[in-house]
Design a protein around this ligand. Sequence first.
Ligand code: DP6
Length: 337
Amino acid sequence: MTGFPRFHPLHTPGHGVSEEAVCRAGPSLALVKYWGKSLSGDNLPATPSLAVTLGGVHTETRASLSQADDDTVSVDGAVQDPARYSFFFDTLRRELGISARFRAASTNSFPTSAGLASSSSGFAALTGACARAAGCAASTADLSAIARAGSASAARSVFGGFVLLPAGARRAQQVYGPEHWPDLRIVVAVTHRAPKAVTSRRAMEETRARSPYYFSWIKKSSDLLPGALRALESRDLELLGETARHSYSLMHGAILGARPPILYWLPATVSVIHACAAMRAAGVGAWETIDAGPQVKILCLSKDADAVIARVGALGGGIQTILCRPGPGLQYGPGLP
Ligand code: DP6
């Protein structure tokens, strides 16, 4: 995948002036979790993951070609560490067959540090905006492979709806568009706003190197995929929710097994888990999942969303909720609402 045809170039080689390209992406919420990398060094996932791309929240990235020697990225106004982006930009240039440097600024429509998988939407939007700024017409699948170099979950965010990233895969694939399940809702319960102490990347590595449960997790996560795909196909919330709960519980069990243990949950996280159990016991389908942080994401149907938001709000402690639904893949400006 090199040397993509250029479309309507925004850049005149030699003059160094380019217009800004704008791209949006929604965060990718995994129902079957990616946790662990193959040892190839290429940021390939060791587990399959199945996710929904969230609508109602997004990262928006503005990118242009730069005359500087290095790529620069800011997120919500904060300049980012170039080391975190170098493999991504090297991959982007290699895959698109270009040598340009980029200047990019991203903003999240959701609260920063809300634990909403901002690296998935962030690297997906960055990929789309940079490819546009360079005038490269790459397919969504190829953009997925580039985004993966930044964050494996970002390979999923370039697609809308329900997205699969198989174990060892270079790119994700859409399983269904967002229209497949328009009644599905995801209530994000933000329990704590400070940035997490251990990044998911480091915690993944610690789990692989120091948890006796890591290889059981890798095996079991693959076993969960067929049931999750069946549940998705038949829009069976109970089966999907039960599978998603098992996936996050196994993942956090493996993380907690590291030495020293890594515990992302706070008391408020546990109180939301219990609130979901109480709602299910009372006949409200509320199925939680948790990523590498203290926030809880609750799957439910649109008819129950108000009840779920009220129940979580009643827990107090400053827990805030954000209502999301299955959303679109990459969207390009100008003219975005
Ligand atoms: C818990 O995609 O952020 O959210 O590839 O190292 O950047 P890197 O990791 P990242 O990990 C996401 C982990 C997760 C589960 C998931 O989204 O599947």
